[in-house]
Design a protein around this ligand. Sequence first.
Ligand SMILES: C[C@@H](N)C(=O)N[C@H](C)C(=O)O
Ligand SMILES: [Zn+2]
Length: 207
Amino acid sequence: MSDDLPYGFVYLSCACPTIVQNIKYATNDNFTGTIVPGYEASVAILTKEAVEALNQIQQELEAKDLGLLVWDAYRPTKAVDYFLSWEKVPDNQDIKVKYYPDYKKAELFKIGFIAPGHSSHSRGSTVDLTIIDKNTNVALDMGTDFDFFGKKSYTSSVEVSKQAMRNRIFLKNIMEKYGFIGIPQEWWHFTLKTEPFPDKYFNFTVR
Ligand SMILES: C[C@@H](N)C(=O)N[C@H](C)C(=O)O
Ligand SMILES: [Zn+2]
C-alpha cells in the first residue's frame, strides 16, 4: 500500500479500519474471471468526504452489532475500459451462469449494470457494499450476490424474500441518511451526492 494518493483521496482502512473489505476486482472472483487491470492491491480508496460518511454509517451500524463490507470503491478508468473490452470476448459459460444468466453481455451495458463509458466509481465517491454481522462477518441476506446482473438485483425487486427486501431498504435508508444515493439496477451501488470531484474521472492505479 503506497501513501502517495492524489489530493483528496484516502485509504478506507486508515480512516475506518473496522470496515471489512473484499475488493473483488483485485481477485479472479468477479464477473470478468480475472484480476482487473488497474487493481494491483486489494485496498479500497475513496475521497475523504466519502470515507467520512462511511465512517458515520459504520458507527451507527456497530451500535447494532453490524458493519459494512466493501466490494469496490475508487475504480480507475483503465478498469472501466477493460470492462468494455470484456464485452467483445466470447462468454465463459460458468461465469455467464453465475453473473448474467438472462442477458447478453452487450445488454448489461445498455441496462446499466455496467457503466457503458465513464463510471461514477472513477470519481472516487462511489462504493459497492453490503451489511454484515459484526461478530460473524456473515452478510445480511440481500437476495443476490454482488454483481449478479439480473432483475433480482434491482433495489426494489419483489422477486427476493421479504427479509431480503427489508435488508435492502435498511441499507438504502442508512446510506441515504448519510448522503449517498443508489441506482435502481443494483442494490449495492451508492454515490455520495456531494461528491468533491463530480466531473473528474481518475486513472491512478489501486495499489
Ligand atoms: C459493475 C458494477 N459493480 C458497477 O459498479 N456498475 C455500475 C453501473 C458502474 O459500472 O459504474
Ligand atoms: Zn458500483
